[in-house]
Ligand binder design. Structure first.
Ligand code: S3P
Length: 171
C-alpha cells in the first residue's frame, strides 16, 4: 500500500506523514530528502546553484522513480511536486491513495511566517507580502491539489488528529 500526502508548504505533510507511517507500521519516505540524497545538495542549495527549472526537472524525474520503486510506505511529496508537467497523472497512477492536506491561507501564512528562511520560494518576501503570495500561489496550485482522492482539512487540528482521520479512511 502506498499512501501519498500532498499539500502546500507548511501544511504538515512531514509531521502527519511520520505519525501516519507509525500507525500503519510502514516507512515514511520524504520526497525532498530523496532529492537531496540523489543530488547531494540541500533543496536551498539546488535552487541557489542550479535554479528552479533544474529543480523541477529533477523533481519530475524522481517522483516517478520514487513511486514506482516504493512499496508499503507513506510518501510525503514536495509542495510543488503535483503541480508540474504530468507529475499528478503519475502520482495518481502509482499511488493507492492520495490525500491533500488542505490548509487555509491564514493558517499557512501564520505557519510559514515563522519558518520562511530556509524555503527558497518565499524567503525573499516580507511578512506583508507573504499572505498575498500564498493566496495567489494556492489558487493556482489548488487545480492540481484537488485532484487528490481526498482533501483533509488541517486547520486547528493536531498532526495526530489528522493522521487518525487519514488512517480511518484507508482501513
Ligand atoms: C516547494 C516545496 C518544498 C520543496 C521546494 C519547493 C514548493 O517542499 O520541495 O522548496 O514548490 O512548494 P515542502 O512542501 O516539503 O516544504
Amino acid at each position: 500500500m502506498v499512501i501519498v500526502l500532498i499539500g502546500y508548504m507548511g501544511s504538515g505533510k512531514s509531521a502527519v506523514g511520520k505519525i501516519l507511517a507509525e500507525k500503519l507500521a510502514v516507512r515514511l519516505v520524504d520526497m525532498d530528502d530523496y532529492i537531496e540524497e540523489k543530488e547531494q545538495k540541500t533543496i536551498p542549495e539546488l535552487f541557489r546553484d542550479r535554479g528552479e527549472i533544474y529543480f523541477r526537472k529533477a523533481e519530475s524525474r524522481y517522483v516517478g522513480e520514487l513511486l514506482s520503486g516504493t512499496k508499503n510506505a507513506v510518501i510525503s511529496l514536495g509542495g510543488g511536486t503535483p503541480c508540474y508537467g504530468d507529475n499528478m497523472d503519475r502520482i495518481k497512477e502509482l499511488a493507492d491513495k492520495v490525500f491533500y492536506l488542505k490548509a487555509s491561507v491564514g493558517e499557512l501564512t501564520r505557519r510559514l511566517g515563522k519558518e520562511k528562511d530556509h524555503r527558497p520560494l518565499i524567503n525573499h518576501l516580507s511578512d506583508d507580502e507573504l499572505e498575498e503570495f500564498i493566496r495567489k500561489h494556492l489558487f493556482e496550485r489548488n487545480f492540481y491539489y484537488l485532484r487528490a482522492d481526498k482533501a483533509v482539512n488541517v486547520d486547528n487540528r493536531t498532526p495526530e488528529e489528522i493522521a487518525e482521520a487519514i488512517s480511518s479512511e484507508i482501513q
